[in-house]
Ligand binder design. Structure first.
Ligand code: GMT
Length: 372
C-alpha cells in the first residue's frame, strides 16, 4: 500500500509511535510518505520505501497566526495526487484530521479519493478536544475519518464520553515497542561508573504540567534519604525550570542530571533501575512501556490508560496522582529488595514483549488499512 503519515514530528509519544509505525510498514514492503513540518525525530537518515515531504507555511506580515492547517492540507493533496497514496494516517486529531478532510474534499472535486485513518493519542481528546475552541471541529474531524483508533481502552471510553458520537467506531490499537531496541542486554552500562553502587531513577517526558515533573524530584528526594541513588531526567519543556528549582530547594541537585532532549533513550533505560511517571493524566504512557520493555519497573499514577500498561504490583506500582509520599514508598519497596526488583524487571520485559510487540500491533494497523 501507499501510505501518508502525518504527526507531530518533534519529541513526544505520538510522533514516536507514528514514526516507528512508518519505519515498520516500510520494512513490510509498503511505501510510506511522512508529511510533516519537520523531519520526524525518530526517523532514520535513510530507509528504502520512506519519503519525507516538508510542510512549508508561507509567512506574510498580515498573518499573526500563519495558517499551518491549510498549508498541511495543500501538501497532503499534492502528495496524494503525485504519489497515488491509498490512505492518510493521521496521528493526533487536531489539526491533522481536519487538514486531511480538507485535502480529501479537494481531491474529490477532481474525481480522486483517499482513505483517512485517525489515531487518537490523548490530549487531542482529553484536553484540546474538549476546549470550547476546538470541540466542534474535533468531533467533526473524527466523524469524517474512515477509521478511528485510540491507543487505550481508557481513551476509547473518553472519546465516547466527550463527543457522544455514537457514529464513532473507535478501535483500540495500543502503542508498541521494538523488542530489539528496548533490550537491556544490548547496551554497555553507560551510567555504571558515574552512579557507582547507587540506584538510577529515570524520568522521560516533555516536561509539560500534566507530567507533574516536580513530583518526580520530590519522590526522588524521599527515596534518596533511604537508598543511595541518582536521578536522570530526559526531555525538555515548560516545567523543566520548576523541576530544577525544586531540586535546588530540596538540596538534591548534585544527584539530579537534566540531560535535555535525546534522540535515543534505549541505552539510558538499559542503565536504569526505576522509571517514574507521576502524571496527572496519561492516555497510555509510551515512555513507561519503553522502560518496562527494557526491564525497568515503573512507579506511576493510577490514571488514564496506565493501568493497562503497568501491571500494578507485578511490573511496577501505581499510586494516586499527586501522592509523592506513596510513590516514594513504592519506589523504596522495589529498590530496597533486590529479589523483588529482579522478578519485576524480568516480568516487565516479558509482559511488554507479549502484549505490545511491534509485529503484532503493526499487523493490526495493516488489517485496519485493508478494511478501509
Ligand atoms: O497527548 C499529548 O499531549 C501528546 C502525546 C504525545 O505526543 O506525546 O501524548 C499522548 O500520546 C502518547 C502516545 O500515544 C501517549 O503515550 C501519552 O500517554 C499521551 N499523553 C497523554 O495522555 C497526556
Amino acid at each position: 500500500m501507499k501510505i501518508g503519515i502525518t504527526c507531530y514530528p518533534t519529541y513526544g509519544g505520538s510522533g514516536a509511535v507514528a514514526t516507528e509505525l512508518g519505519v515498520s510498514l516500510a520494512t513490510r514492503g509498503h511505501e510510506v510518505h511522512f508529511i510533516t513540518y519537520q523531519y520526524p525525530f525518530r526517523l532514520p537518515a535513510f530507509q528504502p520505501g520512506i519519503y519525507f515531504h516538508e510542510v512549508d507555511v508561507g509567512r506574510y506580515p498580515l498573518f499573526e497566526y500563519p495558517p499551518y492547517d491549510l498549508a498541511l492540507a495543500v501538501r497532503m493533496h499534492e502528495v496524494v495526487l503525485r504519489h497515488h497514496l491509498d490512505l492518510l494516517h493521521l496521528h493526533y486529531a487536531i489539526p491533522h484530521a481536519t487538514s486531511a478532510w480538507i485535502a480529501r474534499e479537494m481531491l474529490r472535486e477532481t474525481g480522486s479519493d483517499v482513505r483517512l485513518i485517525t489515531t487518537l493519542h490523548g490530549t487531542d481528546i482529553t484536553i484540546v478536544g474538549q476546549d470550547p475552541s476546538f470541540h466542534a471541529i474535533t468531533k467533526f474531524s473524527i466523524e469524517k475519518s474512515d477509521r478511528l483508533t485510540a491507543v487505550s481502552e481508557y481513551l476509547r471510553r473518553e472519546t465516547h464520553t466527550a463527543f457522544g458520537c455514537s457514529a464513532c467506531d473507535v478501535q483500540v490499537i495500543p502503542n508498541f515497542i521494538n523488542p530489539r531496541v528496548f533490550d537491556r542486554t544490548r547496551y554497555p552500562p553507560v551510567l555504571g561508573s558515574a552512579a557507582g553502587a547507587r540506584a538510577v531513577l529515570i524520568h522521560i517526558s516533555n516536561f509539560r504540567p500534566v507530567k507533574r515533573v516536580r513530583d518526580v524530584i520530590r519522590i526522588f528526594a524521599k527515596v534518596r534519604e533511604r537508598i543511595p541513588s541518582v536521578l536522570v531526567l530526559v526531555g525538555d519543556g515548560p516545567d523543566r525550570v520548576h523541576a530544577e528549582d525544586e531540586a535546588h530547594q530540596l538540596g538534591v541537585e548534585a544527584d539530579v542530571s537534566f540531560l535535555g532532549k535525546l534522540e535515543s533513550v534505549a541505552p539510558l533505560l538499559a542503565a536504569a533501575d526505576l522509571f517514574l511517571l507521576p502524571s496527572q493524566t496519561e492516555s497510555f504512557g509510551l515512555s513507561a512501556l519503553e522502560a518496562l520493555a527494557t526491564g525497568v519497573p515503573v512507579v506511576a499514577s493510577r490514571v488514564g490508560g496506565l493501568p493497562e500498561v503497568v501491571r500494578d504490583g507485578e511490573t511496577g506500582m501505581l499510586c494516586p496522582a499527586g501522592d509523592a509520599d506513596a510513590m516514594a514508598q513504592a519506589a523504596i519497596g522495589i529498590l530496597g529488595d533486590r529479589d523483588r526488583w529482579a522478578a519485576m524487571s524480568e516480568l516487565a520485559a516479558r509482559d511488554a514483549r507479549e502484549r505490545f510487540s511491534e509485529d503484532e500491533i503493526v499487523g493490526q494497523y495493516e488489517a485496519l488499512y485493508r478494511s478501509a
